[in-house]
Design a binder for this molecule. Structure first.
Ligand code: PLP
Length: 458
């Protein structure tokens, strides 16, 4: 076995193949091609084990909002590790840094969302949402209100409850999901779900009405909450048509159904406001945050509860739920410093008024590419839907192979753009410069041209 300092890419790949079980990758492809070994990162660039610089058009997994290599975040972690590297939030204790983070999140979150429960990942946060909301209804004397409604192509995480909330058949097929008490409705996804002649806004109304129909079918007395990402992310970046969220909110309010905004991707500036809920004028009862909360530098997530929900839980005795790392002080210190940077550098405003509009102007230039069916997005979130025929909104058969090829070629060109079915998604750091946006689209177009040529559609 070669010592780590002497290893070349092949040696790293060999070690990885022997011992590392990867999430979300076909082992046959991993075996054939080996992992892409990443050694470092700087700004918006990854540095691989051959020293190659690759523009990270995905900010890791939609999370490195402030970019890589921030000395302030390293310093915040170092200082906290020296002062108090760990203590828990169980029973009656709380690190000072964790308390400060609850205050800061309560200031930032919209409306009466003022109470934070911490975990380490978006998945754990959404599991927490399921347990706390069921407990809330139980305490309210309505224990039969247990079912959660979410959407096809929603992504809420990988744990049993979070994957049940999610709307992916392939995920449900592993582990006997969804668990009982989870229902799904259509998403407001025009390119795939629209009927002949239906406009995006009409489709949006139909998708909202599907919520009404599902609640009526299950019975409002059985439904605990509706959960949605303000902009669906990992399902292929699906921004809501105008009026969709207002209608969803009306339906929930009228039927006493709680509304949960999963802001794991859309939080902390990505849509051009601090939260997607502000961009789309949603007032959720509960909000899930993670990823951009620490820009991915340390694992941390937070479920933010409204005053009335917290009041009910507070009256109900101890909450028998929590994680060893709930409110971890090092993660909390990094999150606080990260939020300071986002505020100081006005990243939400930058996304709304400057880099976001520029990013989408450049993206729109891809609209007439022969492989492109639709270009859509919001803030620093972009989807380029690949299609064999834009006019009829046709999908490739089989689905997924063309975008998988494009994704490979993007890496070869030196940019990370993620594939999902036949959608190419981008979500770069919010700090990306105009020159880097230009580079991203130049490389992406190069990969699209090569994909078209290789797939015989040039
Ligand atoms: C909207 C949303 N919710 C939850 C999650 C799960 O977060 P994690 O991977 O940190 O468990 C994700 C991850 O991509 C997500 O996009």
């Amino acid at each position: 076995m070669t010592a780590p300092a002497q290893r070349d890419t092949a040696a790293w790949q060999q070690a990885d193949r022997r011992h590392h079980v990867h999430p979300f990758v076909d082992p046959a492809i991993l075996k054939e091609k080996g992992p892409r070994v990443v050694k470092g990162a700087e700004g918006c660039y990854l540095i691989d084990s051959d020293g190659r610089r690759i523009l990270d058009g995905m900010a890791g997994l939609w999370c490195v909002n402030v970019g890589y290599g921030r000395r302030e975040l390293v310093e915040a972690a170092r200082k906290q590790m020296e002062e108090l590297p760990y203590y828990n939030t169980f029973f009656r204790s709380a690190p000072t840094t964790t308390i400060r983070l609850t205050e800061r999140l309560s200031e930032l979150a919209p409306g009466n969302l003022r109470h934070v429960f911490f975990s380490s990942s978006g998945s754990e946060a959404n599991d927490t949402v399921v347990r706390l909301i069921r407990r809330y209804w139980d305490l309210k004397g309505r224990p039969e209100k247990t079912t959660f409604i979410s959407r096809t192509y929603a992504y809420h995480g990988s744990t049993m409850a979070a994957a049940s909330l999610g709307g992916f058949d392939a995920m449900h097929a592993v582990g006997g999901l969804p668990l009982p008490g989870f229902a799904h409705i259509m998403p407001p996804y025009w390119f795939v779900f629209a009927e002949e002649g239906e406009t995006p806004d009409q489709l949006g109304m139909r998708a909202a009405t599907a919520l009404e129909a599902k609640i009526d079918e299950l019975g409002p007395d059985k439904v605990a909450a509706f959960i949605g990402e303000p902009v669906q992310g990992a399902g292929g970046v699906i921004p809501p048509p105008a009026g969709y969220w207002a209608e969803v909110q009306r339906i929930c309010r009228e039927r006493d159904i709680l509304l949960v905004a999963d802001e794991v991707i859309t939080g902390f500036g990505r849509t051009g406001r601090w939260f997607g809920s502000e961009t789309f004028d949603i007032q959720p009862d509960v909000m899930t945050t993670a990823k951009g909360l620490s820009s991915g530098y340390c694992p941390i997530s937070g479920v933010i509860l409204s005053d009335p929900i917290f009041a009910a839980l507070e009256d109900g005795g101890a909450i028998p739920h929590g994680y060893t790392y709930s409110g971890h002080p090092v993660s909390a210190a990094v999150a606080l410093e990260n939020l300071r940077i986002i505020e100081e550098e006005k990243l939400p405003e930058r996304v709304r008024d400057d880099i976001g509009p520029y990013f989408h102007r450049r993206a729109a230039e891809l609209r007439d590419h022969p492989l492109v069916g639709e270009v859509r997005g919001c803030g620093m979130l972009l989807a380029v839907e690949l299609s064999p025929d834009r006019e009829s909104r046709a999908l490739f058969d089989p689905q997924g192979t063309v975008a998988a090829l494009c994704h490979e070629l993007c890496w070869e060109e030196g940019v990370v753009i993620r594939n999902m079915r036949d959608v190419m998604c981008a979500a770069p750091p919010l700090t990306i410069s105009r020159a880097e946006v230009d580079e991203l689209f130049e490389k992406f177009r190069g990969a699209l041209d090569r994909t078209a040529a290789e797939a015989g559609r040039g």
